[in-house]
Design a protein around this ligand. Structure first.
Ligand code: THU
Length: 130
């Protein structure tokens, strides 16, 4: 199954009764495995989690820690970019060159990269004094 199809399919399972905004995410690792996630909202609103976070958690739980490609889809007029927190989460596991495709349910797509989504990212080097 393509990343696009996987993201569209998992989006249907999103638990989004508060925003009514379902999001699906699918990612591929260098091994070729695909992991998916959807947003899971909570009546205590800050406890909700994003689709990207779910897909990353599934990848890590399966023993993988490297992103090769990411696809995110939502039912929006324009492709929805990952939130700030998810950009940092993506950066944790992917290089700046990793492609992120943002799609709409209707089929509009926009491509970007983790590096373009999070320029000047905080990383472990920032904690080291030379
Ligand atoms: N959401 C995601 O799952 N991923 C994004 O990239 C943007 C926002 C979710 C969080 C919340 O459940 C809903 O969309 C509305 O913000």
């Amino acid at each position: 199954m393509s990343l696009k199809d996987a993201a569209h399919a998992v989006r249907e399972n999103a638990h989004a009764p508060y925003s009514n905004f379902k999001v699906g995410a699918a990612l591929r690792t260098p091994s070729g495995n695909v992991y998916v996630g959807c947003n899971v909202e909570n009546v205590a609103y800050p406890e909700g989690t994003c689709a990207e976070a779910g897909a990353i958690a599934a990848m890590v739980a399966a023993g993988e820690t490297e992103l090769a490609e990411v696809y995110v889809v939502a039912d929006s007029p324009d492709p929805v970019p990952p939130c700030g927190g998810c950009r940092q989460k993506l950066k944790e596991f992917g290089t700046g060159e990793v492609k992120v495709t943002m799609g709409t349910v209707e089929g509009l797509e926009r491509e970007t990269t983790i590096g373009d989504l999070l320029p000047g990212a905080f990383d472990a080097d920032h904690m080291v004094r030379s």
